[in-house]
Design a protein around this ligand. Structure first.
Ligand code: ADP
Ligand code: ADP
Length: 226
């Protein structure tokens, strides 16, 4: 089952200094419950790709389909986790996750239950009433993951989520993310410039190779799980 389909995606930034082609004719698919990593050198367009898929950035041409429907802007069918901790410092852990929950008339009791469930999944149920400054870096990223998952998106888009963590914490978070991924019905697209991280996490690695001005090469590598 194809979840995300990207067809000939091209993104040209137009600015005072002229044009920059950040993505050129990029095509790939991700399947249900697949863990796909995108790697490539700095400046090859990784962030542009994920921001475009998130709907935070428009694209110049091509198609982005989620469950066969065109992506036109941000939506709760996609969860996002960035490198920086994008938690609200003035809100408790619970309220931070609650903030991500599109309520749609959901009674607050039900919303609380929903949030508690996701905090349990990331192992932070005891920290529901803590504030972000009281948490370690890894714990903050776990809150961000809970917030990204609380609307039960079809795909989780992660942009170097563990890039700011020390090596030991990063390693723990990688294991933790794999555990979450195995336990729920989620497809993950994960950007990293760390090849070891990609090999550890991914079913499939997409290598974005930039040739300025030319068609961008996308090399696919399958990674069998042990
Ligand atoms: P990566 O995440 O792989 O480092 P980016 O997607 O950030 O790559 O950048 C791809 C290219 O697009 C680079 O040449 C970068 O300078 C350019 N770029 C990124 N964002 C913008 C922007 N907002 N305006 C103009 N150029 C940009
Ligand atoms: P990280 O999540 O950044 O890897 P650690 O797991 O090293 O952080 O934990 C940092 C501190 O927070 C430690 O003192 C640890 O005991 C505590 N801690 C982290 N997660 C939990 C948890 N689920 N329950 C209780 N304490 C925790």
């Amino acid at each position: 089952e194809v979840i995300l389909e990207v067809k000939n995606l091209t993104k040209v930034y137009r600015g005072a200094k002229g044009e920059t082609t950040a993505l050129k004719d990029v095509s790939f698919k991700t399947h249900r419950r697949e863990f796909v990593c995108v790697i490539g050198p700095s400046g090859c367009g990784k962030s542009t790709l994920i921001r475009t898929l998130a709907g935070l950035e428009s694209y110049t041409s091509g198609e982005v389909l989620l469950d066969g429907k065109p992506v036109t802007g941000p939506g709760r069918d996609r969860g996002m986790v960035f490198q920086g901790y994008t938690l609200f410092p003035w809100l408790s852990v619970k309220k931070n996750v609650m903030f991500g929950l599109e309520m749609n008339g959901m009674p607050s009791e039900e919303a609380s239950r929903e949030v508690a469930l996701w905090l349990e999944l990331v192992g932070l149920e005891k920290f529901a009433n803590a504030y972000p400054h009281e948490l370690s870096g890894g714990m903050k990223q776990r809150v961000a993951i809970a917030r990204a998952l609380v609307n039960q998106p079809r795909i989780l888009l992660m942009d170097e989520p563990f890039g700011a963590l020390d090596a030991q914490t990063r390693c723990k978070m990688q294991t933790h993310l794999l555990e979450i991924w195995r336990n729920i019905d989620i497809t993950i697209l994960f950007i990293t410039h760390d090849l070891d991280e990609a090999i550890l996490l991914a079913d499939r690695i997409l290598v974005l190779k930039a040739h300025p001005g030319e068609v961008q090469e996308l090399i696919e590598v399958s990674v069998p799980r042990p």
